[in-house]
Ligand binder design. Sequence first.
Ligand SMILES: Nc1ncnc2c1ncn2[C@@H]1O[C@H](COP(=O)(O)OP(=O)(O)OP(=O)(O)O)[C@@H](O)[C@H]1O
Ligand SMILES: O=P(O)(O)OC[C@H]1O[C@H](OP(=O)(O)OP(=O)(O)O)[C@H](O)[C@@H]1O
Ligand SMILES: [Mg+2]
Length: 282
Amino acid sequence: MLRVAVPNKGSLSEAATSMLSEAGYRQRREGGRELVMVDPDNDIEFFYLRPRDIAVYVGRGTLDVGITGRDLLLDSEVEAEELLGLGFAASTFRFAAPVGAFSTLADLEGKRIATSYDGLVRRYLGERGIEASRVVRLDGAVESSVRLGVADAIADVVETGSTLKAAGMEVFGEPLLQSEAVLIGRTGHTLPAIEVLIRRLQGVLVARQYVLMDYDVRKDLVEQAAALTPGLESPTVSPLRDSEWVAVRSMVPKRETNRIMDELYDLGARAILVSSIHACRI
Ligand SMILES: Nc1ncnc2c1ncn2[C@@H]1O[C@H](COP(=O)(O)OP(=O)(O)OP(=O)(O)O)[C@@H](O)[C@H]1O
Ligand SMILES: O=P(O)(O)OC[C@H]1O[C@H](OP(=O)(O)OP(=O)(O)O)[C@H](O)[C@@H]1O
Ligand SMILES: [Mg+2]
């Protein structure tokens, strides 16, 4: 039975559970408190764990795969690797300090830096030859640490930037990394059941990112139309009763739907229909 770690709390939890449900797996209800959920139909077992601990279980091989954040994986320094980006919980990881106080990475020399990701921060600074006087490890609400006098700067997750702004802080230096939720596995370890899980999750990603577009177009315009809707491999072109016209079906990125419909219409395509994809295997 495949053993999978799922975040039980925080920003990753709800989205991870709903992605697994969409992929056809039995999951605990929203707000549920079960620690383990067995899905006998799919021969898979889900363990609900703290996101930070998930890389540890997977790295040690007690669980086969898990969902966590790329930042947490890199912070943990375990023998685990990314198998698939999951497209949610996107954020950057950045240095920040009170407005006007710092402008470059070099300003961190000899300063105190508060963070929940001390492994990641020490490695990043070490690789760049910067010696902070201290990296202060905190569990959360790191933005308050400077005002409260335990640090001069922070390194933390930034999404909208509103938490930083509210704390009177601004980012400086390059982002340390771009993070998102990822499926992780032990380095070099693979199983047929892991491949199936990856394909199912990829199916959810594609179903979320693409729509199916159908339209009719005059035969002599089909090449131009196909260039607007190339699909993943190649659009399906079917004959119509009127031999001057064909029907085209293609997958289109969801966020480009309206632009493509406008361009197809201008070209002369008609009966342009868009439907959502419920599930797929690519
Ligand atoms: N505001 C946010 N936007 C996007 N991703 C976020 C945000 N806050 C945290 N994350 C991501 O969530 C993961 C952190 O998991 P963690 O359990 O610390 O979640 P959390 O949301 O900080 O929960 P909590 O602080 O309630 O424990 C990281 O991968 C991080 O990048
Ligand atoms: O850029 P923003 O959109 O404001 O989001 C970033 C904030 O979200 C997370 O905090 P969380 O709510 O998880 O609190 P925590 O610091 O206690 O983990 C993160 O640690 C930042 O503080
Ligand atoms: Mg948090």
